[in-house]
Ligand binder design. Structure first.
Ligand code: ADP
Ligand code: MG
Length: 334
C-alpha cells in the first residue's frame, strides 16, 4: 500500500512486527516476515479457528477511537474462542486502510497489543491493503482433543445461564451515537463496555467439561439464545425479569428500554451456557474462581424456539437479534 511517506513494509515493521507475546498455548516456528506463518499445536490438542471482520460505519462509528477499534477487532475473536473453551494462541490481521496515518496506527496497535498481551496471543501474520477501513482478525487457539464447548449440546432439563450483564454495550453504542447526551459516570461505564469489551476467556476455559453447551452473546440474547436452542434441538424458557442488568443500564434506561438493549442490542460478548442441574454448582464455582458474574436465567425443555415470559406472563421481545442481511434493527451507517 502506498501511504504518504510510510510504505507497506515500514508500516508492518513499525506497528505490527512485534515480539513480546508471552509464550502462548502453542509454539511459533515462524512468525511475521515470511510468506506464511508456521505454527505447532501441542500434542493431544485440537486447533480452534475463528475469523471476524469489522467495517467502519457498520461495526464501529466513523471517527471511533483507534485504540477501541484495535481492542474490539481482537476482542470479538477472543470471545468466539472463549465460547469454545479454547485457549487463544495466535492471530493474523488483515488491515484495509484509507491512509497510513501514524496517529491512527499507533492507537490501533496499542489497543490490539494490550489485549493480545493480556491473553498470550501472538500476531504471526497478516495483510495490509488500501481501501475503506476494514479490519479482519483471524484467531487460532487450542483445546484438549475432543473437549471444545459447542452450541449443540443442551438437553431438556438443563439450566440456561449467562455471564456478566446484558445490554450495556447496546446502550453504550446509543450514547456514542448521541454526542449531545450528558456523559455522567453511568454513561461513561456503558461507553466503556461498548468500546472495550472484556471477553470471558478464563471462564470459557473453566467451563469446559462442565457446561453442556456454550456460545457468546454478540448479537443480542433474543437471537443468540434462539440459535443455541435450535442447534441443540431444545426449547428455551426464560423470564426476562431475571436477566442480569447493570446499575448503569438501569440508571440511563427505562425498564422497557433496558430490556430492548438486553435482548436485541449486540456487542455484549458475554457467554451464554447450558448446564445440567447436577453440574450447575460446579459451573457456578468455575465462575467464582474466574471472578465472572454468573446468572441462571432459564431452562431447556423438549420442543423448539424460545418461550419468553415477563413476571410469568407471555412476553414478546420488541427487538430481534442482529442480522446483516435480515432487516436488522441495530446496524447503522454514517
Ligand atoms: P506476501 O506478499 O508474501 O503475502 P506481504 O508483503 O503482504 O507478504 O507481508 C509480509 C509479511 O508481513 C508476511 O509475513 C505477512 O504475514 C506480514 N504482514 C503483512 N501485513 C501485516 C499486518 N497488518 N499485521 C501483521 N503482519 C502482517
Ligand atoms: Mg508471499
Amino acid at each position: 500500500m502506498a501511504g504518504a511517506g510510510l510504505g507497506e513494509f515500514e508500516l508492518i515493521r513499525r506497528y505490527f512486527a512485534r515480539a513480546g507475546a508471552r509464550p502462548g498455548a502453542g509454539t511459533t516456528i515462524l512468525g511475521i516476515g515470511d510468506d506464511a506463518a508456521v505454527l505447532r499445536v501441542p500434542a493431544g490438542c485440537d486447533l480452534v479457528a475463528a475469523v471476524d471482520t469489522i467495517v467502519e460505519g457498520r461495526h464501529f462509528l466513523g471517527g471511533s477511537d483507534p485504540r477501541s477499534i484495535g481492542h474490539r477487532a481482537l476482542a470479538v475473536n477472543l470471545s468466539d474462542l472463549a465460547a469454545m473453551g479454547a485457549i487463544p494462541a495466535w492471530a493474523t490481521l488483515a488491515l484495509t486502510l484509507p491512509a497510513a496515518d501514524p496517529d491512527w496506527l499507533e492507537g490501533f496497535a496499542a489497543g490490539f497489543f494490550d489485549l493480545a498481551r493480556a491473553h498470550g496471543v501472538e500476531l504471526v501474520g497478516g495483510d495490509t491493503t488500501a481501501g475503506p477501513l476494514t479490519i479482519s482478525v483471524q484467531i487460532l487457539g487450542v483445546v484438549p482433543a475432543g473437549e471444545a464447548l459447542r452450541r449443540d449440546g443442551a438437553r431438556p432439563g438443563d439450566l440456561i445461564a449467562v455471564t456478566g450483564t446484558l445490554g450495556d454495550a447496546g446502550a453504550g453504542l446509543e450514547i456514542a451515537r448521541s454526542p449531545e447526551r450528558p456523559r455522567d459516570a453511568h454513561a461513561q461505564e456503558l461507553l466503556r463496555r461498548y468500546e472495550f469489551p472484556a471477553p470471558r476467556v478464563a471462564f470459557g476455559r473453566a467451563a469446559r467439561g462442565i457446561a453442556s453447551a456454550a456460545m457468546d452473546v454478540s448479537d443480542g440474547l433474543a437471537g443468540d439464545l434462539a440459535k443455541l436452542a435450535a442447534a441443540s434441538g431444545v426449547a428455551a424458557v426464560v423470564d426476562v425479569e431475571g436477566l442480569p442488568l447493570s446499575a448503569a443500564l438501569q440508571a440511563v434506561a427505562s425498564p422497557d428500554e433496558a430490556l430492548d438493549h438486553a435482548l436485541g442490542g449486540g456487542d455484549d460478548y458475554e457467554l451464554l451456557l447450558a448446564v445440567a442441574p447436577a453440574a450447575a454448582p460446579r459451573l457456578a464455582a468455575a465462575a467464582a474462581g474466574t471472578a465472572t458474574p454468573f446468572t441462571v436465567i432459564g431452562t431447556c425443555r423438549a420442543g423448539d424456539g424460545v418461550c419468553w415470559t415477563r413476571g410469568g406472563r407471555p412476553f414478546v421481545p420488541r427487538r430481534g437479534g442482529f442480522d446483516h442481511f435480515g432487516g436488522a434493527s441495530t446496524q447503522f451507517t454514517d
